[in-house]
Design a protein around this ligand. Sequence first.
Ligand code: SF4
Ligand code: FES
Length: 240
Amino acid sequence: MERYTFRVYRFDPEKDEKGRFQEFEVPVKGAMTVLEGLYYILENLDGSLAFRSSCRAGVCGSCGMHINGRYRLACETQIKLLNSRIITVQPLGSMRVIKDLLVDMDSFWQKYKYVKPYLLPSTPPPERERPQSIDERAKLDGLYECILCGCCTGSCTVASTDKDYLGPAALLWANRFVEDSRDGAMIERLKLVDFEHGVWRCHTIFSCQEVCPKELSPTSSIMNMSRKIIAMKLGLIRKK
Ligand code: SF4
Ligand code: FES
């Protein structure tokens, strides 16, 4: 079995003044993933290593981290496909490290909550459901697939310097409901993101789009809402 060197970011607030890297030799076979490598370390070499994971299938969004120069899902990243015998693993950026690869995502969730990520219909609940046409439903493609992994926020240079910036994930979710034909609160939603730490803070660097494991484009969502806010202020959008 081939052996790879895992360089893993370590930080224990009870012992360390600052973070450091620790190396581990990990035997790798077949399509083993970086997450499986971390579990090998946890179970065989150092039971104190802290990281998040749950589904191990690219669904829950728990295992976003910085792996060999790029934000990725550890459970979807095959070690051998990284084409390097050294695997460097660091926590998500723009967030406080609690321990090792574990970051404090409170602010991330607060911003997600702020954009009201649920339907706000303007009509009473129907007897059965709120139907959508095929075209209306298609407008949500590229928006609903977000798994809230935080890779986009980790990669965003604006989020790393402006702690109040809503960030790419929350703004993508705001747009997901702006574009939903069943929603009745477009104006309210646009007003929520129309401020200095909202859509106008994005520098359109597209780093969020480059790293998103679901190939989504938060930048496009931000630009879409920016255009709609201008239209709203020109009186071209009155209500929905
Ligand atoms: Fe993750 Fe992509 Fe959603 Fe950002 S937009 S949280 S990178 S799935
Ligand atoms: Fe769920 Fe990786 S463990 S996305």
